[in-house]
Design a protein around this ligand. Sequence first.
Ligand code: FEO
Length: 180
Amino acid sequence: MLSPGIIDKLNQQINWEVYSSHMYLQMGAWCSYKSLDGCAMFLTQHADEEMAHMRRLLKYLQETGALAIIGGMEAPPTEFSSLVAMFDKIYTHEQFVTSKINELVHLANTEPDYSTLQFLQWYVAEQHQEEFLFKSILDKIKLIGTEGQGLFLIDQEIGKLVSNPGALEATSNSATAPQA
Ligand code: FEO
């Protein structure tokens, strides 16, 4: 049985994961609008991963007999000054999500709630991977540069990160020159 404080924090985390999913979906839509098809596929796939993060929390709360609450959330941003600015925003967001997971871990450790503490270890490892992933992408964008063919090459490189492109083909535009 979970304490009211842990239930409340886990429900807040559900909200952050849903917000993350919406944010990536919106960013994927922006990339598609700019004909950055590789980025659009990658971000749309990442939106699905965020929903999987949310469902993992939902299942844990339900297994303990607690009520999972899907709250309202603000709309994600729809405009970005550049592709670099968008990935900067992603990196900052993932650092924020890590801070939220750390707060949960701290609470579970303080109570103590060893079951939740163990459950959260997956999120600790996942956030490490996510921060590493988006830092690597940012480094690669800065290395290649967005001048000339740079943006086209970046889009191709990020498109290679999609694990199952066939599943996302419907989200992709026909190949045209990137505009962002
Ligand atoms: Fe669910 Fe991108 O963290």
